[in-house]
Write a protein that binds this ligand. Structure first.
Ligand code: NCD
Ligand code: ZN
Length: 346
């Protein structure tokens, strides 16, 4: 049995760091685990310009624990009236790693997102010309489409046509949750990849209703069926460089989740690699974790792989019931339960 696992230093290709006091609380977790992270722009108001992204980047860098060399990779929030010139400014800035498509209304703080993909066709064309990556929240938003079918419908109605309409655009299909998404990415043209979260590898949708309703297992896209989960495990552990790590760690104050209308998002930054290690171990594929966590992401984004390593040890520990979150608390994944792996050095 493997007892210690050393990997090249990994990156998180999809994380929510929030802002202000909340940022101060959660950043140390991400900065301890990862050298770099793609920071989602769904603040309120959203990060729609290079100027806003630059100021947010400064706040993140200033919030790093002493001695941390963590680097935030910034994204812009696409909206119907995004000027094409913003893409030129993004390319010139040097610190923007892509632009995020939120279909309006699809998830937390997405109401200012794109109402119809045709509104941003000129922006997407410019992104393709300049090599700016598109990150996609892949769900349709129509009320009449069943919540469990929204990802698949998005592939058919929006993503597949988009990928063909812009044949050189680099696209990351974020936090995929279904067999349909895995199949789409495996069969897509070059330049299409996907991130996978720890929760979608570890849980199926039964978890949301196990013995009662469990708001801390509600995220978007929502957890799917067991066959979907198995398909994601195969994709993540199969050594295909199109699939790489993106936690989608999305902290919310406890009261905002434990509510009559609780919001979407699961917090995993405190133990992200440990949770992935459990999922890979269960699949008998610990040897595939390094590619997924540390190699395929930078290769896709044309960035250097990190120097240095981190080490995980097979050693059980208990996750606290909550972590500070500004003046509030956030309930983490595995709260009050054990995790089998522990990061022992960075
Ligand atoms: C994210 C959030 O809270 O910002 N929530 C989530 O359930 N994943 C938004 C998102 O990534 O969809
Ligand atoms: Zn997200």
């Amino acid at each position: 049995m493997t007892v210690e696992l050393t990997l090249r230093r990994p990156d998180d290709w999809h994380v929510h760091l929030r802002d202000g006091e909340a940022l101060m609380s959660v950043l140390p977790h991400t900065a301890k685990q990862f050298a770099r992270a793609i920071v989602m722009p769904n603040l309120k108001p959203p990060v729609t310009t290079v100027a806003l992204a630059g100021a947010y980047r400064d706040r993140i860098r200033a919030a790093r624990p002493p001695g941390s060399d963590f680097e935030p990779l910034m994204t812009l929030y696409l909206f119907d009236k995004m000027p094409v010139e913003e893409i030129d400014r993004a390319k010139a800035a040097g610190f923007i790693a892509g632009c995020k498509l939120y279909p309006a209304g699809a998830t937390t703080h997405s109401d200012a997102g794109v109402t119809d993909i045709r509104h941003i066709d000129a922006v997407l064309a410019r992104m393709a010309e300049l090599g700016v990556v598109l990150q996609v929240h892949g769900e349709v938003t129509h009320e009449h489409v069943d919540i469990f079918d929204r990802e698949q419908r998005f592939i058919d109605d929006v993503l597949a046509p988009l990928v063909e309409r812009h044949p050189t655009l680099k696209v990351v299909f974020e936090h995929i949750t279904t067999r349909a998404a895995v199949d789409f990415v495996v069969g897509a043209r070059a330049g299409v990849a996907a991130t996978i979260t720890p929760q979608h590898l570890l849980f199926n949708r039964n978890e949301i209703f196990r013995g009662g309703i469990r708001p801390h297992f509600y995220c978007l896209p929502v957890l799917k069926t067991e066959p979907d989960r198995r398909s994601l495990i195969e994709a993540a552990t199969g050594g295909n460089p199109r699939f790489f790590l993106g936690t989608d760690s999305a902290p919310h104050a406890r009261g905002a989740k434990e509510s009559s209308c609780g919001c979407a998002g699961m917090y995993s930054a405190h133990a992200a690699l440990e949770l992935y290690a459990e999922a890979f171990e269960e699949a008998g594929a610990l040897d595939k974790l390094e590619g997924f966590a540390s190699l395929f992401g930078p290769d896709f984004y044309d960035m250097p792989r990190n120097p240095g390593t981190i080490t995980l040890r097979r050693e059980e520990w208990s996750v606290p019931s909550a972590f500070a979150f500004g003046s509030d608390v956030v309930v983490p994944m595995r709260a009050n339960e054990k995790i089998r792996w522990r990061m022992i050095s960075t």
